[in-house]
Design a protein around this ligand. Structure first.
Ligand code: PBG
Length: 329
């Protein structure tokens, strides 16, 4: 049928019609809210490059979790700022580590059962050098070791799962980490804990503000020897395939907006739950535009999340989780 018989504007005339034919929907339950836990009590320290995002002591994080639950948000993703850092990332796998304590506090609190508690598994917040694995130096050269890092990552995942995390999410990008973590969890009787692998994680400038939030900027070099080259979509498919073979239950794509094509390709190809992480820089650049009055905050926020959903992400990790849940409510 051609114009004038076909008029696509007919279904756009009223909000009721638009709602009826809407192909993609956002819901608070599909949003995951990241929290940065720090030592102390009553601490609520705003991240300068991320307005509205805070380092929270555990007592404050519990309050924040309660408000997330009240808004119908699906879950939390936990990161930690340890009191001390060292070469072995002890704070990541210590039973009394900051995130381990935070998980226990969240799980002891009543009324938070609707929140899935996801623990990020990585070493970069806990190593003195800020890399995601063990560093060996020979002369002026350094190497982020793969296989020796796996043991520490597996120990970290085990202690987070033992503390009560509903899901562990390795974000380090070492080869073989999913298999090593799965085996460690199973050996420890933690067969029921799923692994959400950051399978497709690109070396991205958009992680900049996070490194302020998590105090995890590498002290030398960069992460390009372990995170993926932004130019490579086929390699991302191989990373995902490999992590699924190793036993990942679900996968996380990251960053989101600059990599919507990669999310879409993964959705077409793999029949596992897929989430996407709208990372710190994506949040900060929108906030910067909001602060100048250059973009309408509500509409731009929801459109950014909708684009990620439409590309194929079933759930979205986003610093906008609370604002979006309020806007949707
Ligand atoms: C840890 C990790 C990072 C992010 C999530 N997990 C930082 C990095 O890889 O440098 C980034 C999240 C964000 O930017 O919001 N490896």
């Amino acid at each position: 049928m051609e114009f004038p018989a076909t008029r696509l504007r007919r279904l756009r005339r009223t909000e009721a019609l638009r709602s009826l034919v809407r192909e993609t929907r956002l819901e608070p339950g599909a949003l995951i809210y990241p929290l940065f836990l720090c030592p102390g009590e009553g601490v609520r320290r705003e991240i300068s490059s991320m307005p509205g995002v805070f380092n929270l002591s555990i007592d404050e994080a519990v309050k924040e979790a309660a408000s997330a639950a009240a808004l119908g948000i699906g879950g939390l993703l936990l990161f930690g700022l340890p009191a001390e850092k060292d070469e072995q990332a002890s704070g990541a796998w210590a039973d009394e580590g900051i995130v381990q304590q935070g998980i226990r506090a969240l799980k002891a609190e009543r009324g938070l059962d609707s929140l899935v508690v996801i623990a990020d598994v990585c070493l970069c917040e806990y190593t003195s050098h800020g890399h995601c694995g063990i560093v060996s130096k020979t002369g002026g050269d350094y190497e982020i070791e793969n296989d020796s890092s796996l043991d520490l990552l597996a120990k970290t995942a085990r202690s987070l799962a033992a503390a009560g995390a509903d899901i562990v999410a390795p974000s380090d990008m070492m080869d073989g980490r999913v298999a090593t973590i799965r085996e460690e969890l199973d050996d420890a009787g933690l067969q029921r804990t799923p692994v959400l692998s950051y399978a497709s994680k690109f070396a991205s400038a958009f992680y900049g503000p996070f490194r302020e939030a998590a105090d995890s900027a590498p002290q030398f070099g960069d992460r390009r020897s372990y995170q993926m080259d932004g130019a490579n979509l086929r390699e991302a498919m191989r990373e995902i395939e490999q992590d699924l073979v190793e036993g990942a239950d679900m996968i996380l794509m990251k960053p989101a907006m600059p990599y919507l094509d990669v999310i879409h390709a993964a959705r077409e190809r793999f029949d596992v739950p897929i989430g996407a992480y709208q990372v710190s820089g994506e949040y900060s650049m929108l906030q910067a535009a909001f602060a100048r009055g250059w973009l309408d905050p509500r509409r731009a926020m929801l459109e950014s999340l909708l684009s990620i959903r439409r590309a194929g992400a079933g759930f979205i990790v986003t610093y906008f989780a609370k604002d979006a849940a309020k806007a949707l409510g």
